[in-house]
Design a protein around this ligand. Structure first.
Ligand code: DOR
Ligand code: ZN
Length: 345
């Protein structure tokens, strides 16, 4: 039985760090295991301009623990008013790694997102020319569409038309949750990739709703039925270069999760790697873990893999059920299974 596993240090290709007290509490936990992360721009107000991204990057750098080796890869929040020249300048400066598309109203702090997708064609054209990837929150917001169908409908109504209009645009479908999304990526020719979260490899919708409502398992896109989870597991553990880790670790203080209308998000930064090692071992794919966490993402983004390594050892890890922040406690994602792998100190 393998007792230890050494891999290139992982990157997180989709992370919410928030700001202020929350950021100070959660950032060290990601920086402990990850070398780089794509930082989501859905602050209030959102990170829309190059100037916003520069200021946010500097706040992140200032909040890093002294010895941390962690690079935030910044994104801009795409709006109908985003200026292609501003995007180009930010790209030329090396300030941004991607733009993020939120359909207006799809999720936490997405009110400034896009309603009329034709209004962002000029920006998408410029991004295509620059080779700058678009990260998508792939859910339609049409109230007539069932919440469990919103990802599949997004592919058909929004994403595929965008890709037909901009066939060379590089697109990352973020946090995919359905076999429809897996199949759509598999059918593509290579400029399309997808991130998969840790929690969507572990939970299905029963975790949220069966035997009582469990708000800490509620995130967006919402976890789907078991067949979809199994399709995500197969994609993640396959080693296929088009699938890589984006944890979507999304901390909310418990007071905001436990409301009659609670926030979406699972906080997985502390235990993600222990959970992933368990998942990959269960599926007989420990040898594919490094591709998912550390190789496929850099390859897609055209960045070098990390030189440093990280070692997992077969030892029972322990995690707090919640962490304290100056904003209040934040519950850590409970994978609802025994874990046997720990990141070596
Ligand atoms: O569950 C989620 N939480 N999904 C998102 O798309 C946003 C995120 C957040 O910012 O809390
Ligand atoms: Zn997210």
């Amino acid at each position: 039985m393998t007792q230890s596993l050494t891999i290139r240090r992982p990157d997180d290709w989709h992370l919410h760090l928030r700001d202020g007290a929350m950021m100070r509490a959660v950032l060290p936990l990601s920086a402990e295991h990850f070398t780089r992360a794509i930082i989501m721009p859905n602050l209030v107000p959102p990170v829309v301009t190059a100037q916003d991204a520069r200021a946010y990057r500097d706040r992140i750098r200032a909040a890093l623990p002294a010895r941390a080796d962690f690079t935030p890869l910044m994104t801009l929040y795409l709006t109908e008013n985003t200026n292609p020249d501003d995007v180009q300048k930010a790209h030329a400066e090396g300030l941004i790694t991607a733009l993020k598309l939120y359909p207006a109203g799809a999720t936490t702090n997405s009110a400034s997102g896009v309603s009329d997708f034709s209004k962002v064609d000029a920006v998408l054209e410029r991004m295509t020319a620059l080779g700058l990837p678009l990260c998508t929150h792939g859910e339609v917001t049409d109230p007539a569409v069932d919440i469990f169908d919103r990802e599949a409908v997004f592919i058909e109504r929004v994403l595929d038309p965008i890709r037909q209009r901009h066939p060379d645009l590089r697109v990352v479908m973020e946090h995919i949750t359905t076999s429809d999304a897996v199949d759509y990526v598999l059918a593509s020719k290579g400029n399309l990739a997808a991130t998969i979260t840790t929690h969507h490899l572990v939970i299905n919708r029963n975790h949220i709703l069966a035997g009582g409502i469990r708000p800490h398992y509620y995130c967006l896109p919402v976890a789907k039925r078991e067949t979809h989870r199994l399709a995500l597991r197969a994609a993640a553990t396959s080693g296929d270069a088009r699938f890589f880790l984006g944890t979507d670790s999304a901390p909310h203080k418990d007071a905001n999760k436990l409301l009659p209308c609670g926030c979406a998000g699972c906080f997985t930064a502390p235990n993600t790697l222990s959970i992933l090692a368990e998942v990959f071992e269960q599926d007989g794919a420990l040898d594919k873990l490094e591709a998912f966490t550390s190789l496929n993402g850099p390859a897609y983004y055209g960045l070098p893999v990390n030189d440093a390594t990280l070692t997992l050892i077969r030892e029972t890890p322990s995690f707090p059920s919640r962490i304290d922040t100056d904003d209040g406690p934040v519950t850590v994602f409970d994978p609802d299974m025994d874990l046997h792998w720990k990141v070596a100190p």
